[in-house]
Write a protein of this length. Structure first.
Length: 631
């Protein structure tokens, strides 16, 4: 299978690149890139419910605004900076257990490793290469390739690749009058599918609402289902929505949303809440003490053996109880390979945000299911592929896209959006969805200010005086114009455009009125495709006399950070400004589709049309905005 070779290419690249950067880059540069926390304070240690020893690490408060790539389950390694910038790595592996703002819990091998960390100074932690996910993906692909022709896995494979027609049950769908017609059709298709169903949900069309209804209706017919997504954040979101419906959810793997509600859904927390857990904890502590004794008698060895056997029996009993009480098992696609799910089978697998998942990752979970439901939008964010060779080879083609092409009868598209003013939707609707999405009357003319155009394009110029009288109150002088490379050669930013973006945000806040913004809960999103620009914009927000008091209502993030979110006002800083018309990865139009469809009432695009309009997409977008404002 071609996928197998491409996954190996991606794995080898990531391993070699991480090794190269670890050797070449210093702690400061790695921290700026989001792959490192340095310095960190090492705090208390404790055993978690899985009997793993964890230590608490906190990063410096001055780094609070720096984005990072740490997530639960990721492999990390600790280091100590000696001398000017000489890095010495500790000789043990570790894994992120929990991330909560500027605090992490990291699982370490033993107390000796924890003690070494506490005694050291100038300690940092960085991401390290972990083959676990790649091993799971490669193993899943091998199982698919070798699946016997009469197996369910082979039947699904042949269906997804167009060698077998999908089959259907023949019955009418349930009556769900609170859903619109396309949402009801999607739920009915999910219930009738014997093999596969795809729910295509353009922005604002209620994909999550529809999926939650489909899961609820499926649970009327099945005892338990598996719900997966590519990212922890997407899993957390769907898990919370299901829990709000009163459905018993078990979250396998650590959540990225660290709230009491989210933690209460986790396997670890429910395991610890079991009435037999105090007994198990006491037995484990006794076992650790017996094993740590310097001199073990023959009787001690027998005690250890008996105690270990009793602990195993109790662990199995608690585990079975926790799983049997859940109606939905929720985890990432890679998390479906977790040892706590070993040997489990499900009638139905739901994959949310399926258009962001590598095909190989989907097969990890599919191997546990009889039928599959995929939900997402292949016109929004694609999966992350790091190597150009793998991308050209087709690794970016997702299983959802493949099924849309091979099994069109299994695809249903949601057709009514409830998020944005119809003029904000119009361009994406035409370019990506062939004008098949309608705006619900409740949002069709959504706005904040009277007689305000819902979409604007503000040109990036050498100074703000040429931009409709916008004045900046950040008191930061203009320096360079045009795009620049970020500090340490990381990313791109455009300082003059960043200051213009803040000035535009300030002006719009003043037009709304700060009091009204607070009273009505009006929120603002500032988006840039480039992380270096996002970092600079966050700094300018802190300096702004107008925006700083309203920071709770203002989110500044990359496009990826806004996936699945929405705001009343969205301001996009495009960054690229050069003589050659080079727009870099802005050529990934699906990312821009995400950016421009986050806005409910007002979309402001700030960019240099001379640079951007050399690409037909941005030329058409610029013309569309002009046509709205000149009509």
């Amino acid at each position: 299978m071609k996928q197998h070779r491409l996954i190996e290419v991606e794995r080898d690249y990531e391993r070699d690149e991480l090794r190269r950067l670890s050797q070449v880059d210093g702690a400061i540069r790695k921290t700026r890139r989001g792959e490192c926390w340095w310095p960190v304070a090492v705090g208390a240690q404790r055993y978690n419910s899985l009997n793993q020893l964890t230590v608490e690490v906190r990063r410096d408060a001055t780094l609070a605004e720096v984005d990072h790539n740490f997530e639960p389950g990721k492999a990390v390694m600790f280091f100590q900076v000696t001398g000017l910038d000489d890095i010495r790595y500790f000789d043990f592996a570790a894994t992120v257990s929990l991330v909560d703002g500027d605090r992490m819990l990291v699982a370490v091998p033993d107390e000796e490793a924890a003690g070494r960390l506490r005694r050291a100074d100038r300690v940092g932690v960085q991401l390290s290469f972990d083959e676990t996910t790649y091993r799971l993906m490669l193993g899943a692909l091998e199982r698919v390739m070798r699946a016997p022709s009469d197996s369910r896995l082979a039947q699904l494979r042949n269906t997804f690749y167009g060698r077998r027609e999908p089959e259907w049950f023949a019955f009418d769908g349930p009556s769900l009058p609170w859903l619109n017609a396309t949402q009801q059709q999607a739920v009915a298709m999910v219930l009738r599918a014997k093999d596969v169903a795809v729910v295509h949900g353009p922005p604002g069309t209620g994909k999550t609402t529809t999926l939650v209804e489909a899961i609820g209706e499926t649970l009327r017919r099945e005892n338990q289902v598996l719900v997966c997504a590519q990212s922890n954040m997407a899993v957390d979101w769907i898990a919370e929505q299901l829990a709000d419906r009163g459905i018993a959810v078990l979250r396998v793997g650590n959540p990225s949303r660290v709230t009491d509600r989210m933690l209460g859904l986790t396997y670890e927390r429910q395991y610890e809440a079991h009435p037999d857990y105090p007994q198990l904890w006491a037995m484990r502590q006794a076992l650790r003490q017996l094993r740590s004794a310097r001199h073990k008698t023959e009787g001690a060895h027998q005690k250890i053996e008996r105690l270990s056997s009793r602990i195993t029996e109790l662990e199995v009993r608690i585990h079975d109880s926790v799983f049997n009480n859940a109606r939905v098992i929720a985890c990432t696609l890679a998390g479906s390979g977790n040892r706590v799910l070993e040997g489990t089978r499900f009638g139905t697998l739901f994959i949310d945000e399926a258009a962001q998942a590598l095909e190989a990752a989907c097969w990890i979970a599919i191997a546990k299911a009889h039928r599959v439901v995929l939900a997402g939008d292949h016109c929004q964010l694609p999966p992350t592929v790091k190597t150009l060779d793998a991308l050209k080879g087709g690794l970016g083609l997702t299983l959802m896209e493949r099924i849309v092409g091979t099994c069109p009868t299994a695809v249903t598209m949601l057709g009514v959006q409830y998020r944005m003013n119809e003029q904000i939707l119009a361009f994406s609707n035409r370019w990506f969805y062939h004008d098949r999405v309608q705006s619900d009357p409740s949002v069709r003319h959504r706005s904040i200010l009277d007689l305000d155009s819902p979409v604007e394009w503000i040109e990036t110029k050498d100074d703000v005086e040429s931009n409709k009288g916008v004045e900046c109150d950040t008191s930061v002088p203009f320096r360079e114009t045009g795009e620049q490379t970020g500090r340490g050669g990381v990313g791109r930013f455009n300082e003059a455009e960043a200051q213009l973006t803040i000035a535009v945000a300030e002006q719009y806040v003043e037009r709304i009125g700060a009091a009204r913004l607070r009273d009505e809960g009006i929120d603002i999103g500032i988006i840039s495709p480039y992380r270096a620009q996002v970092h600079h914009l966050r700094h300018l927000v802190k300096l702004s006399k107008t925006l700083k008091p309203l920071r709770r209502a203002i989110t500044v993030a990359t496009v990826d950070g806004f996936q699945g979110q929405e705001r009343d006002v969205i301001i996009i800083s495009m960054v690229r400004q050069n003589e050659h018309g080079d727009i870099g990865f802005l050529r990934d139009l699906r990312r821009m589709n995400v950016a421009i469809t986050r806005a409910r009432s007002k979309l402001i695009i700030i960019g240099d049309s001379d640079t951007l309009s050399r690409h037909p997409f941005y030329r058409a977008l610029h013309d569309h905005v002009n046509s709205i404002n000149n009509s």
